[in-house]
Design a protein around this ligand. Structure first.
Ligand SMILES: NC(=O)c1ccc[n+]([C@@H]2O[C@H](COP(=O)([O-])OP(=O)(O)OC[C@H]3O[C@@H](n4cnc5c(N)ncnc54)[C@H](O)[C@@H]3O)[C@@H](O)[C@H]2O)c1
Length: 533
């Protein structure tokens, strides 16, 4: 069998790849056991003020119609960061009405695409100027390491807006040949008022994946942020208006899912819905859309992605990448490599090294330099993850490291590794969305393909091998929207992302996202005496 080394074992793309985080920042790892030093220190005061807490409707910050507010909390402590206007159905009506007027009568869809492109480019420049404040807000509201927000996520957001700014003046239709003397033009039109609902795990990146392509295509938007993380999208949207976005084109509603989110999904005057969140909520919004006006829906949902370590893998590199694939962002990634399949010949070595790596992971205040893992987003997620850890122990998996709360304040969890995990256990089937690695043993390639595909999800997969034939077999056999080979979490703006099966409908990013935000119209005109057809 012909084999050859795959030269690039870990992607060098940055900032498109989160893979480079560990190397770039030279994380200051502890040794042996978990360090509790950070947990006993006072939380670091964020270098940012919360300026925007109201709803953004028709270019203005306004209170909710009900006058209600809700608290957004600091995951490091559970303390209140700010009181934020709580939008509900009435505010969604106001925002949709502003977006409708901006679409039907406003300048945005009619603006020369180059002008739209320039506004998106100016916005990207403004984000770059305000990276420190935006990254601080993101860390404060979400708990993710500040270096990750500032050096990877914000640059990705900038890149994504520049990418879609580049598309704005390159979207065009087709002239297609037909039987008979007809001119057939296929026009690509903006789809109209877009409803967008995003989760809390990557508040600004999810904002970018939704807003960038929708605006490039000339649409108007009502976006509902996640109730856990309302702050950064309000700040970014203010900058978009500074960059020249006309009022009413982008409206931001903070609020809860069953009230504001459901009102948006079921609104009769919303032309398209884009949702990212859990599979359970995805089913609800799809039903709301179908029961209202049958608006088309794209869904980016949950996952239980396999990460397959083959017998020929460089074990040290595989351990590091599998660790990153699971623990990145506190394990709160839809595409987390949450089933680590390891070939039986390298299993023992892989396990020992994975355990040691988890013990070296630096957990603490996400504002502190060198910290790799902050707190989970809130008490609900914290409790859910702890329940899964308990279930892993009770179902007979071996707890190799972690398994406990980290520190005494906030929602920190020790990096946890289970070995001896069997396919039927809940920890191998459900999306845990936390820092819990499940290691499973396999023997044959056919066997691991079957087991990796034996899930209701199909978002992503990781493959670690030096053998090009093995890599080709796996990449084609795995039923997942993304397969990363010898890399993981490479998120270039041009790469499509989305799921098979219950991980979603449709794709975001790249050219594929444009199709989500365009209508296709055929215009047929008879041709009189054409010289040719
Ligand atoms: N596939 C992807 O690209 C991707 C990316 C990030 C997160 N996710 C998934 O998101 C989930 C975690 O996020 P979450 O806990 O915020 O998910 P969630 O489904 O609870 O919430 C997501 C959003 O939906 C809203 N919502 C909740 N109930 C609603 C309802 N009845 N009607 C309308 N909207 C409603 C929420 O307010 C929030 O804005 C995970 O399952 C993760 O895998 C997927």
């Amino acid at each position: 069998m012909a084999t050859r080394r795959i030269s690039s074992l870990v992607s060098k793309n940055f900032p498109a790849s989160f893979c480079s985080l560990g190397r770039t920042f030279n994380w200051n790892r502890g040794i042996g056991t978990y360090s509790t030093a950070f947990a006993t220190e006072e939380p670091i005061t964020p270098q940012v003020q919360v300026k925007y807490t109201q709803l953004l409707i028709n270019g203005k910050f306004v209170d909710a119609a009900s006058g209600k507010t809700f608290q957004t909390l600091d995951p490091r402590t559970g303390d209140v960061i700010a009181n934020v206007s709580e939008g509900d159905a009435e505010d969604i009506n106001r925002a949709v009405s502003a977006a409708r007027t901006a679409f039907d009568d406003g300048p945005w869809p009619k603006m020369p695409p180059y002008e739209r492109s320039r506004i998106l480019l100016r916005f990207a420049d403004l984000i770059e100027k305000n990276i420190d404040e935006l990254a601080a807000l993101e860390t404060w509201d979400n708990g993710k390491p500040h270096e990750q927000a500032a050096k990877a996520e914000l640059p990705m957001l900038v890149r994504l807006f520049r990418y879609y700014a580049g598309w704005a003046d390159k979207i065009h239709g087709l002239i297609v040949p037909a039987d008979g003397p007809h001119q057939v033009e296929v026009l690509h039109e903006p789809i109209g008022v877009c409803g967008q609902i995003i989760p809390w795990n990557f508040p600004l990146l999810m904002f970018a994946w939704k807003v960038g392509p929708a605006l490039a295509c000339g649409n108007t938007i009502v976006l509902k942020t996640a109730e856990q993380t309302p702050l950064s999208a309000l700040y970014a949207s203010k900058l978009l208006h500074e960059a020249g976005l006309p009022p009413g084109v982008l409206n931001i509603i903070s609020g809860y899912g069953p009230t504001a989110g459901a009102a948006l999904a079921s609104h009769m005057d919303v032309d398209k819905l884009a949702f990212t969140g859990s599979t359970e909520t995805g089913k609800i919004v799809l039903e709301l859309a179908s029961k209202s006006n049958l608006k088309p829906v794209t869904l980016e949902l949950g996952g239980k992605s396999p990460f397959i370590v083959c017998e020929d893998a460089d074990i040290d590199k595989a351990v590091e990448l599998a660790h990153f694939a699971l623990f990145f962002n506190q394990g709160q990634c839809c595409c987390a490599g949450s089933r680590t399949f390891v070939h039986e010949r390298v299993y023992d070595e892989f396990l020992e090294k994975s355990k040691a790596r988890a013990l070296r992971r630096v957990v603490g205040d996400p504002f502190k330099k060198g910290v790799e893992q902050g707190p989970q987003i809130d008490s609900e997620q914290f409790e859910k993850v702890m329940r899964y850890i308990k279930s892993g122990v009770e179902s007979g998996a071996t707890l190799e490291s972690g398994g406990e709360r980290f520190g005494s304040k906030g929602y920190y969890i020790q990096p946890t590794v289970f070995s001896n995990v069997q396919d039927g256990m809940l920890i191998a089937k459900d999306e845990i969305f936390g820092p819990v690695q499940s290691i499973l043993k396999f023997k044959e390639l056919d066997e691991v393909i079957k087991r990796a595909n034996s899930t209701r999800y199909g978002l992503a997969a990781g493959v670690f091998t030096k053998n090009i034939d093995t890599a080709n077999t796996l990449t084609r056999a795995l039923r997942a929207g993304t397969v990363w080979v010898n890399c993981f979490d490479v998120f270039d703006a041009a790469i499509p992302f989305g799921g098979y099966k219950m991980s979603g409908h449709g794709r975001e990013k790249g050219i594929y996202s444009l199709n989500n935000y365009l209508q296709v119209k055929a215009v047929v005109t008879p041709l009189k005496n054409p010289a040719w057809l």
